[in-house]
Design a binder for this molecule. Sequence first.
Ligand code: HEM
Length: 538
Amino acid sequence: AGSGADREDSKDAQLETVRAHPAQDVVTTDQGVRIDDTDNSLRAGERGPTLLEDFQAREKLTHFDHERIPERVVHARGSAAYGYFECYEPLTELTCADFLSEAGLRTPVFVRFSTVQGPRGSADTVRDVRGFATKFYTREGNYDLVGNNMPVFFIQDAIKFPDFVHAVKPEPHNEMPTGGTAHDTFWDFCSLQPESTHMLMWAMSDRAIPRSLRMMQGFGVHTFRFVTAEGRGTFVKFHWRPKLGVASQVWDEAQLTAGKDPDFHRRDLWEAIESGSYPEWELGVQLVAEEDESRFDFDILDATKLIPEELVPVKVIGRMVLDRNPENFFAETEQAAFHTANIVPGIDFSNDPLLQGRNFSYLDTQLIRLGGPNFSQLPVNRPVADVHTNHRDGYGQQVIHRGVSYAPNSLSGNNPHQAGQERQPGVFKHYQQRVDGEAIRKRSESFSDHYSQATLFWNSMADWERQHIVDAFRFELGKVETAEIRERMVGNLTHVDAGLARQVAEGLGMELPEPGDDAPRRGDQASPAASPALSQDN
Ligand code: HEM
């Protein structure tokens, strides 16, 4: 490890201060006491019981007993690497983000790729979405772009995420399958939630079985905002494009690989970096002026829609190279905490209801996964920017704070002060959006078309790609035990493309279900009142 990075790297320099170096010295306890023997516990006579006073044995066993922390509730299986992002040209006309302000400026990054469904020890080459999470250690604080390798998502509102994840995770009674989506609960949910259809098309395509983590695109999915120093906003979608191009496995190959080498993607990434063949991506943006927010026939706040590149081309703004493997999987890859709300001056959110919920969920889950409020002090998460807060104490506090920790105060000259209302370079200020509305639990009508972009996706496929999609639906739905779920799903597919639905139905040996008169719409198809599970209870 540590192969690349023959360059100035502020993150690497920071990590060097906490790296443990192998000692050729006598082994010690956690307290630094040198000890003679870690192989034999202290006992009363050679064949007698172990003595409680054996603090060495107790410490060794206790530490071992506490080695495990909860794996991520989703995206548990992942692999990561360090590298840098290099800005191609100053983007100051669009954003005051410091890391996008200067041609050639390099910002250290840590990137974690992941599958979504399986546990930490599951196979790499399953059919699944891949996470593509990037932490930029910018001079103005950490910026996390927590994306996937597909540009859309299964649901429109974060409040559906627990439902979705409960459905995609293995069956509750027998915890199968531990990887992939070929089971009843997943298809039950998706068939009842037609907003998932566009994402399903991606998930049944070759994009869900990447050849290599180095050959995947990445997408921020949501519409975000760039904000200039003067406070002007522009909507932005983020795209990572792999230099090696996009490549996938075929399904049989993916299954064989999963059996022969469950670490196939992890090994490929690791070995590429060790051998100096550093994976590289370009970062592109699609930009939409604030006044054009409503110019499309879909809502740019709807995460089940993409902005077709024919309508808004992708502008390439920089590149990212991964050139250093982590040195300790647990310390770095496992303890890394990405969060959509980790943004920096120059970047802001949109009102996408999926994004808004994510902004709550990541920090919340990390509080339990990483044991309390101080996980941003862990080496992999620590910003290279200076940190000055009045936050104090908590489990695992690493900092010896000095002085008082409240504001206003007149006692401590060291206290951090607030930057104030005036715009100042390098100080985060929210985009000042006018917000007005009644509190209402209702999805916008502009989110109701669940099929047009699914059809667009299907129409954009080559014949062989279509065949793979048909085969995937046949395979996956073929594993579904409940006939009504298969029928409902194929019924939904008739709204995407009649030929697709017919071929899937043939493969499943079933009649083609009658399509409804109209494509189902949010409100009549999947609102709580219309959902079978809920209406039965009413
Ligand atoms: C983890 C992406 C939607 C909750 C992750 C990770 C990625 C990701 C890449 C792995 C981060 C890592 O490597 O540590 C996405 C994308 C989404 C999405 C692209 C939709 C566009 C959601 C939603 C929620 C959510 C709607 C909840 C409301 C979580 C949680 C984790 C996670 C709790 C585990 C985080 C941790 O333990 O560190 N997501 N996600 N995600 N995601 Fe999402």
